[in-house]
Design a protein around this ligand. Structure first.
Ligand SMILES: Nc1nc2c(ncn2[C@@H]2O[C@H](COP(=O)(O)OP(=O)(O)O)[C@@H](O)[C@H]2O)c(=O)[nH]1
Ligand SMILES: [Mg+2]
Length: 199
């Protein structure tokens, strides 16, 4: 979170393996659930490779109220650009951990869970202080593991989660509203703390 000129900026990062559906989820949300009045830019801004995959990140700022903003970023999942993933963890408030539910992606997902905790450690972040929501994506496909199995295998059971399909938007609205609520709850917590410290 950053406070600049009395404006509060939350930062939410999409993290997960290459092709898990991070960019598709963000694009779907931007098109279908974020009202025009909350959009502070015309489009999702992306830095893409020549193949159309996310090279560095996608970025979407939205305005929740007069002085509260949430900035959504997606980290590239491609290993060639892995170095850029870490820097995006700076100042994060929330993470959508996007899991590709396809069976052949299980080991790859496990590697990303390990990497995720490494990045949190390097920024001295505690998973308990962050708003983490897991998206078990690609639920429309047939060769997938059920979310219950993945939750256990990936040891992500303590986090709230949604079973999603980024192509048709299944459960994405619920996941986004949940994230906004968690950010606002964090703000309320900080307000209470501040009020206590003033007395
Ligand atoms: N069937 C299916 N395809 C998906 C889903 N989400 C993403 N995709 C496809 O997977 C590919 C990679 O998605 P993308 O959002 O670019 O992945 P990213 O690398 O995580 O940003 C694209 O062809 C998407 O259309 C999903 O829920 N179901
Ligand atoms: Mg992408």
């Amino acid at each position: 979170m950053r406070i600049i000129n009395q404006q509060i900026y939350f930062k939410v990062l999409f993290f997960g393996t290459a092709l898990a559906g991070k960019t598709t989820t963000l694009n779907w949300a931007y098109k279908n659930i974020i009202p025009e009045s909350m959009k502070s830019s015309q489009d999702v801004r992306s830095v893409k490779t020549s193949f159309g995959q996310t090279m560095l990140f996608d970025f979407v700022p939205i305005k929740i109220s007069d002085n509260i903003h949430i900035r959504f970023f997606t980290a590239t999942g491609q290993d060639y650009y892995a170095g850029t993933r870490k820097m995006l963890f700076q100042d994060i408030d929330g993470v959508f951990f996007v899991v590709d539910s396809q069976k052949h992606e299980l080991e790859h997902n496990k590697e990303f869970v390990t990497e995720f905790y490494q990045h949190l450690n390097s920024f001295v972040l505690d998973a308990n202080d962050l708003s983490i929501i897991v998206l078990y994506n690609k639920q429309d496909l047939t060769e997938i593991y059920p979310a219950d199995f993945l939750r256990k295998e990936l040891e992500l059971e303590q986090f709230p989660s949604y079973e999603t399909c980024a192509v048709d938007g299944l459960n994405i609205k619920g996941a986004f509203s949940h994230m906004v609520q968690l950010c606002l709850k964090k703000l309320e917590g900080l307000r209470v703390q501040h009020a206590k410290s003033q007395t």
